[in-house]
Every structure is written in C-alpha cells, then in structure tokens.
Design a protein around this ligand. Structure first.
Ligand code: NDP
Length: 252
C-alpha cells in the first residue's frame, strides 16, 4: 500500500531541509527522485545521500522565482527517469518583515517562489500524470496558511494561497485520478527555522510551550506524510490541508 516502487517523484527545493527529508522518505519507499534547487553543491551532496538509499536520484538546477525555469521543470524530470507520478512543491522563502516595511519587490519574490512556482510546476506535471493514469501533488504550506503574524504578510499570503490552489487543482483533476493535498508543517529545525529563532524574540520558547509534543519538529518528521500522500494509501484523500505540527494548530 505504501510502496512507491516504479514511481518517479519531483521535489522542488529537495537539496536540503524539509524537501530533502521528504525525498529521503520517497526514496526509501522505492521511488526514483528528482530534486531541484539553486545551489548545485547542495544538490550534488543530496543526490549522493539519496543514491546511498539504493534508488536513482538526480538534481536539476533552477531558480523557481523565474517562470521560465518552472515551466520546463516537469518535462526535464520526466525525461530523466521516463515518467513523472509525484510532485512535491516544497521550495520556499520568507521575507520576515512588518507589512509597512515590505517592498513590492520582496512581496513579488515571495509570491513567485512559494505560490506561482507551485502553479506552474503542477501545470507542467499534469500531462505526465495523465499519461501515467494518475498522480499525486503535495504542496507545502505552513502554520501561516492558518494563522496571522505581524511579520508574515507576503509569506502568509503565499501559504494561504497554496491551500486554495490545492483545493482548486484537486477539484479540477480529481476525475483524472490526480490527488492534490497540502501539508502544513509546524515549526521545524531547518535553515529557515534557525533564522526564525534568531530573528523573532521569544519564538523558541513560545513554540515549544504551545506544541503538544513540547519540541520543535525535525525535517525527518515530514518523511511519513510525504510517503503516505504519494502512495496508494491516500487514494481517497484529496483537497486536504494536513498539519504536521506536534499539535501546534490544535492548541488553544
Ligand atoms: P530551507 O531554507 O532549509 O530550504 C528551502 C529550499 O527551497 C531549499 O532547498 C532551497 O534551495 C529552495 N529554494 C528557495 N528558493 C528557491 C528558488 N528561488 N528556486 C529554487 N529553489 C529555491 O527551508 P525549509 O526546509 O525549512 O523549508 C521548506 C519548505 O517548508 C518551504 O516552503 C517553507 O516555507 C516550508 N515550511 C518550513 C517551516 C519551518 O519551520 N522550517 C515551517 C512551515 C513551512 P536553494 O537554496 O538551493 O535554492
């Protein structure tokens, strides 16, 4: 039920952090995995770590803030291992600023990287999933898909938008056996998590206190949901936004 043997996955931003952890989960379940990012050195190391798990892996360099880079990505990934079954839209950035200080350029950069790239990559993946008889798209949202913060105008808009994009794609492509879901990670100890801890006074303790698990998440905490949503085990789940947050969103 959870086997991904014979399937090919594309994970954007898969060269580090949460993306690499999810790519690891898919590789362990038997998928061949294509990861992307801007940093080719990180990409090379990530591919080696995925190949060490026994499957095939490849890195594609590209800047997902650029529409042209997004458009060809699914075709390139499908060319690499002859098909494309799974897309994880994970690449993301944050502009941690109050709205009155946020420039239009920063706003556009965040929206292009986090939201428009997901739309364009999904559009690129669609014909390959149709050819395969179905597919799985997983969009990585955030707690800021649900909550507001004073420093999250662009990021929160992009992550809230991803949840609505998820529902729209699920509605459009459900009849064609393509399931589209969002994962909403809690506070996770990655490079992005480290800048949040450093830049937001008191965040470290506030998160630990509110999270039922009483700890920040680790990238590995996202491996299981990636395998579940990419596999046949989730074939009747679509249009959902699932928190993986140690209970943070359920806390009063
Ligand atoms: P990292 O900063 O560790 O990783 C971000 C990834 O995105 C990297 O692989 C990076 O690769 C890639 N990326 C960023 N910008 C671009 C771009 N313009 N083009 C291509 N790739 C890009 O962050 P996380 O692993 O923490 O974040 C992964 C996702 O999870 C993001 O969408 C984030 O918003 C989300 N998330 C994270 C949370 C956390 O607490 N850490 C909480 C909730 C959601 P490269 O640098 O090589 O370009």
């Amino acid at each position: 039920m959870f086997s991904l043997s014979g399937r090919v996955a594309l994970v954007t931003g898969g060269n580090g952090g949460i993306g690499l952890a999810m790519a690891r989960g898919l590789a362990q379940a038997g998928a061949d995995v294509v990861i992307t990012g801007r940093d080719a050195e990180k990409g090379k190391a990530a591919v080696a770590s995925l190949e060490a798990l026994g499957g095939r892996a490849a890195f594609l360099a590209g800047d997902l803030a650029e529409a042209e880079d997004c458009k060809g990505l699914a075709d390139k990934a499908a060319d690499r291992f002859d098909r494309l079954d799974i897309l994880i839209n994970n690449a993301g950035i944050v502009a941690r600023k109050r709205p009155e200080a946020l420039t239009l350029e920063e706003w556009n950069q965040v929206l292009a990287t986090n939201l428009s790239s997901a739309f364009l990559c999904a559009q690129g993946a669609y014909p390959h999933m149709l050819a395969a008889g179905g597919g799985k798209i997983i969009n990585i949202g955030s707690m800021l898909s649900l909550f507001g913060t004073a420093f999250g105008a662009a990021y929160g808009a992009s992550k809230g938008g991803l949840v609505q994009l998820t529902r729209s794609l699920a509605a459009a492509w459900g009849p064609e056996n393509i399931q589209v879901n969002a994962v909403l990670p809690g506070w996770i100890a990655t490079a992005m998590g480290a800048t949040a801890r450093a830049e937001v006074t008191g965040l470290e303790a506030r998160v630990t206190e509110r999270t039922f698990a009483r700890r920040w998440g680790e990238p590995d905490d996202l491996e299981g949901i990636a395998v579940f949503l990419a596999s046949n085990a989730s074939n009747y789940i679509t249009g959902a936004a699932i928190p993986v947050d140690g209970g943070y969103a359920a806390a009063g």
